[in-house]
Ligand binder design. Structure first.
Ligand SMILES: Cc1cc2nc3c(=O)[nH]c(=O)nc-3n(C[C@H](O)[C@H](O)[C@H](O)COP(=O)(O)OP(=O)(O)OC[C@H]3O[C@@H](n4cnc5c(N)ncnc54)[C@H](O)[C@@H]3O)c2cc1C
Length: 293
């Protein structure tokens, strides 16, 4: 299948990209890795009359890992972020989640920021950003703004990016000391979008009891669903947390839909199971990830 006709723009700098986006307004779309946009065009589910291809904008191809977190530029491919030892040292969750995003060929082209903007409720990286309380930096001709994850994902396949704006980077903050993370999902085949999935973050206190616990659920709502489970974990060590109650708390907080892959009831059950698995992994990882400090 062929896409509808469009005018092609190939800027080589952010300024040129912003000028093209300002000129084309609601008729322009950014082309990053193309792994979601090109299928949409070919299936004629989107028909922008201008494509602004950012693949030659080298200044967007950045991964900056600092003790406080990792800032990923708009041209950083999934695979590059997954392989970055510096990023994994600050935030192991990036690598844990990216290993589950599609297949290697798609990760070689697809970008982390593109995945955030695309805002598929079944995608892993929006859940990671939401779990960590990260943000996306949006630039337009003459200004920029930083949008918190809580305000960024506005619906299924909808994000806060306005016509004329380019998402230039995303910031994934590092969790507090003595924290561990994990990602768990069930997909029909490895690399498929998840039937249900779960990013988890656990922070231990000095006595190795769970001081804080949070999950971000995938594929169970219009956007990632973040649930604070600190109270449900009851400030106990992982070995004596009432895990059945934790699973019940998760099931109570979600309202999944059924589809050809799973009934709503199955998805709700699965999400509770995955939450417990991911939180146990995260608590275990808090021991090793904390030891690296
Ligand atoms: C077979 C297959 C399986 C997949 N499985 C998964 C999976 O399991 N999990 C998962 O998370 N993803 C999956 N994906 C999607 C993949 O991760 C995409 O790479 C990603 O969703 C979009 O990134 P992209 O760089 O390709 O964006 P593009 O396809 O280029 O763009 C996607 C959308 O975001 C906009 N956009 C992109 N970058 C910017 C920017 N910097 N500023 C403003 N707007 C921008 C575009 O205009 C477009 O609307 C799969 C894709 C395929 C083809």
């Amino acid at each position: 299948m062929k896409p509808p006709p469009f005018e092609y723009h190939a800027p080589v700098s952010v300024d040129e990209a912003l000028a093209a986006l300002a000129e084309t307004g609601p008729h322009g779309k950014v082309l990053a890795g193309g792994q979601s946009l090109i299928p949409l065009l070919n299936m004629r589910l989107a028909a922008p009359s201008h494509l602004v291809d950012i693949n030659r904008v080298g200044e967007l191809n950045t991964i900056a890992a600092r003790p406080g977190g990792v800032r990923v530029g708009a041209l950083a491919r999934h695979a590059a972020v997954e392989r970055s030892a510096e990023a994994a040292a600050v935030l192991p969750l990036l690598r844990q989640a990216l290993a589950l995003v599609a297949h290697p060929v798609i990760r070689n082209r697809g970008t982390v920021v593109g995945s955030l903007v695309h805002a598929d409720p079944s995608a892993e990286m929006p859940a990671v950003l939401a779990l960590l309380g990260g943000s996306v930096r949006l630039a337009r001709l003459g200004g920029e703004r930083e949008v918190a994850a809580a305000d960024f994902f506005t619906g299924p396949m909808e994000s806060a990016v306005e016509p004329g704006e380019l998402a230039v980077s995303a910031f994934f903050p590092a969790p507090p000391p003595r924290s561990g993370t994990a990602f768990q999902e069930v997909a029909r085949r490895h690399g498929d979008y998840a039937v249900a999935g779960m990013a988890a973050l656990v922070t231990l206190d000095e006595d190795l009891r769970i001081a804080a616990a949070r999950v971000a659920c995938v594929s169970v709502g219009p956007a990632p669903v973040v649930i604070d489970l600190s109270d449900a974990c009851d400030r106990r060590p992982a070995a004596s947390v009432p895990w059945d109650a934790v699973a019940a708390a998760v099931r109570d907080r979600i309202d999944p839909d059924g589809d050809i892959h799973a009934t709503a009831e199955y998805r709700r059950h699965l999400t509770g199971v995955l939450a417990v698995r991911a939180l146990k992994d995260a608590a275990r990882n808090a021991g090793t990830e904390a030891a690296d400090e």
